[in-house]
Design a protein around this ligand. Sequence first.
Ligand SMILES: Nc1nc2c(ncn2[C@@H]2O[C@H](COP(=O)(O)OP(=O)(O)OP(=O)(O)O)[C@@H](O)[C@H]2O)c(=O)[nH]1
Ligand SMILES: [Mg+2]
Length: 304
Amino acid sequence: MTIGDLTGQLQDFSAWKQQQLQTMEQLENWLKQEGLYTSQVQRALTHATLTLHRDHITVAVVGEFSRGKTELINALFFSDHNFRLLPTDAGRTTMCPTEIFQDTSEPPCLRLLPIETRLEETSLAELQEKDSIWEHFPLDLDDSDQLHEALLKIREQKLVPREVAASMGLSEVSEIADELESMVSVPAWRLARLNYRHPLLSQGLHILDTPGLNAVSSEPELTYEMLPSAQARLFVVGADTGITQSDMEMWQQLIRQPGVRQRLSVMVVLNKADTLWDELRTEVEIQQTIQRQCQEVAEILNID
Ligand SMILES: Nc1nc2c(ncn2[C@@H]2O[C@H](COP(=O)(O)OP(=O)(O)OP(=O)(O)O)[C@@H](O)[C@H]2O)c(=O)[nH]1
Ligand SMILES: [Mg+2]
């Protein structure tokens, strides 16, 4: 599938939504004319209209850390920028799941949910509605320095006592973090929501960038709700590493989850193919290596 195909499908989706909204408006007018527009009908129509407005298509990008998930999003969707929109780097970079979408009812902004909310019983769905809990950073899309600076927050970490990290359910993450006596490093944010402007986002596309390691699986609602309900999931592996044991664990835990209906929406991306280039090898040899890597990955993951 190309970005062109995706654009076409999103346009169809957007057109379908518009058509449904028009039909509902006509139905509302007709019901009013006929004197059938009761408060119950009004509630049902308002609910249906809101649901349609909110309906979107989510593409989630999943994989081990440093496989190039975020760079792939930058390259696929934001390559017209003269800078990296989302921060990428060697090692662990994206510290929290990041949802990118367009909501024109408010100016572009970055909203961050503090990691401390993990100490509460409140569900993510409930926290989504509590605006005051989120840190809010307005974005100036014409100021690339401000934009870049603000988005660096996605990679922020903080030091907390080891027991606090454990209470947050982050003991696995904290084990590999800096050990400063009893303090450990944890992601500063639990979830990032980036309200941005882009033609594909305006058609109803949501992109979900996820952190590598077990940071994703330590967020049960993400693992069991957001990822399975995404219409497409891109599983990113590195051509330089092939499928490692931790890639395999993520594949089984997050993509091939037992009980989740497997759809045709999982795509595996063999990223970092450029690392196979070597001056001492011919173009044909390199292409053969890429081909072999693709076949091996497909066999190991048991996909076509
Ligand atoms: N050579 C090469 N480097 C790449 C490619 N894609 C990403 N990188 C580099 O690999 C490093 C990791 O990329 P990220 O996009 O941050 O990786 P990630 O999978 O998002 O990692 P986490 O956010 O930690 O889960 C960065 O230094 C990127 O510039 C690629 O296709 N080729
Ligand atoms: Mg990343």
